[in-house]
Design a protein around this ligand. Structure first.
Ligand SMILES: Nc1ncnc2c1ncn2[C@@H]1O[C@H](COP(=O)(O)OP(=O)(O)OP(=O)(O)O)[C@@H](O)[C@H]1O
Ligand SMILES: [Mg+2]
Length: 499
């Protein structure tokens, strides 16, 4: 039975679908949600609440928020022996913990998983997520976009139909997805988001507020001390949650053998949060624009992610859409439920027992290549696969050599929607040797394809001679090599499991 995992920036959840079709969140040592954090205690890595409780005690051995760094060569942790850990390895420790929890519940040795990722995760971040699972000894059957998973959970468990806007404000990321839910399946129309906007940023605002207040009371700068800062983060996240229920709360800070009390009202918190909320509004408007859909054509808004529990979020959505958002699903569990439902439909498809509902997702950014403008001789980004194309897809475009007898062609693949080269991610793929004697303006045909897993693939054809010039994948300098993945897998296996 394939396991569904929502690997969140701050909290993760695991779910499965039982024989009778009912999905269930599997509780672990940390409860229904497991903090996505790791603590290295010298013998074994701790995950979840046990690790979170150590943050203020030994901040240097504590690792959080690696999801924001997936697909980069960021050093997430280095241990006392100088061994460095990349984000994939930290995620692998968390994934192993989550999968072990599920296996204990199921009493099996299941290795197949469906893992969710933010819709706008790029190729490198998706590949990094799959590598993390591999290091944990798991096999990813499908990566699925988080808002899509949430929409599917609503569609299947709440019998929702129509055009929906999924507003997903989690711990570390923000996603907006517009989705059509019908009898035959689910179709994503448009998606957008910000990889670095979530509950964590609201915590930061409260932290700065408390720190300034403690300073005004003659206390120390709490950001100067790792342990004080970690305690401040914990206390502010808790205070933020209280402000969801209460209109006023206080935060007590112990420092310099004194106790400082800061009181915050919900109004004050909402005032300081206004710029963050404004950014979510702008992104939602942008995505609606791209979809060519007005708020009036949206049948409902689905709130996803723990941060949508803040009353200001529902109030803003109601103001924008003109109606109350749906709140009949648990916003921090619905993504994992969706992952489990997709896992179950993959299992059913494999066994040939049930017709699968179709799930059509879209690309979250354009993909293209760099070409020279014939008139200005300036390079620009030519988008070949436009943003919000239904996946899988294949697009073609023809470009022309600039001079007679051009010998080489630099082939780049870009990720991004702008024509301006500086605004997109550029991956140099290869320098191709062109056949001799091509005239000026010789057509070169580029085909780019994007498959269900988000893998990108390109073919280049010299039209003059009808000869293929090559077949390419996106280079991944910021991902681990297969040797590195293999070595990390062995290393993780040698790290004892907590228990
Ligand atoms: N009652 C509440 N009031 C305010 N914020 C809350 C509440 N409950 C949870 N949160 C916040 O929700 C966030 C966690 O949400 P969630 O578990 O959906 O995110 P995630 O999956 O970790 O992140 P992402 O989806 O961005 O990767 C945290 O910032 C947490 O503080
Ligand atoms: Mg999430």
């Amino acid at each position: 039975m394939t396991i569904g995992i929502d690997l969140g920036t701050t909290y993760s959840a695991v779910a499965v679908v039982h024989e009778d079709g009912a999905p269930e969140i599997l509780e672990g040592e940390s409860g229904r949600l497991t903090p996505s954090v790791v603590f290295f205690d010298g013998i074994q890595p701790l995950v979840g609440l046990a690790a979170k409780n150590m943050a203020a005690v030994a901040p240097d051995s504590y690792v959080e928020l690696v999801k924001r760094r997936m697909g980069t060569r960021y050093v997430a942790h280095s241990d006392e022996n100088g061994k460095e850990y990349v984000p994939e390895e930290i995620s692998a420790i968390i994934l192993r913990h989550l999968a072990d929890n599920a296996r204990r519940h199921l009493g099996t040795d299941e290795k197949d998983v469906v893992v969710t990722v933010p819709a706008y995760f790029d190729d490198a971040a998706r590949t990094a997520t799959k590598d993390a699972a591999k290091i944990a000894g798991l096999h990813v059957r499908r990566l699925i976009n988080e808002p899509t998973a949430a929409g599917i959970a609503y569609g299947i468990t709440k019998n929702t139909k129509g055009t929906y806007l999924v507003f997903d404000l989690g711990g570390g990321t923000f996603d907006v997805t517009i989705m059509k839910v019908g009898d035959e399946g689910f179709e994503v129309v448009a998606t957008g988001g910000n990889r670095a906007l979530g509950g964590f940023d609201f915590d930061n605002l409260l932290m700065s507020h408390v720190n300034a207040d403690v300073g005004a009371q003659g206390g120390p700068d709490l950001f100067d001390d790792g342990a004080l800062q970690a305690a401040l983060r914990r206390d502010c996240e808790e205070a933020k949650r209280r402000l969801t229920q209460l209109t006023r709360t206080s935060i007590n800070t112990a420092a310099d053998n004194r106790l400082f009390r800061t009181s915050v009202t919900r109004d004050e918190f909402e005032a300081m949060s206004a710029p963050l909320l404004r950014r979510t509004e702008d992104i939602a408007e942008e995505v609606l624009d791209e979809a060519g859909i007005a708020w009036s054509a949206v049948d409902g808004t689905l709130l996803v992610g723990g941060s949508t529990r803040m009353p200001m979020v529902a109030a803003m959505v109601e103001r924008l859409s003109g109606s109350k958002p749906r709140s009949d699903a648990n916003p921090d569990e619905v993504v994992a439920i969706g992952a489990a439902l997709i896992a179950a439909s993959l299992d059913a498809e494999q066994e040939g027992t049930r017709p699968q509902r179709t799930i059509r997702d879209v690309t979250s950014h354009g993909m293209g290549t760099i070409v020279q403008d014939a008139a200005t001789q300036q390079p620009y980004n030519a988008v070949i696969i436009p943003k919000n194309s239904t996946i899988p897809c294949e697009f073609q475009d023809t470009f022309y050599t600039l001079i007679a007898r051009q010998e080489h062609l630099d082939f780049e693949i870009t990720e991004g929607d702008s024509a301006v080269v500086a605004d997109v991610e550029v991956h140099h793929v290869d320098t191709l040797r062109l056949p001799p004697g091509l005239p000026e303006g010789a057509p070169i045909h580029i085909t780019m394809a994007y498959d269900v897993d988000g893998t990108i693939h390109a073919d280049i054809l010299d039209v003059t001679n009808n000869r293929p010039l090559g077949d390419f994948h996106l280079p991944r300098p910021n991902n681990m090599s297969s040797e590195e993945v293999a070595a990390a897998t062995v290393r993780l296996r040698s790290m004892p499991e907590e228990e």
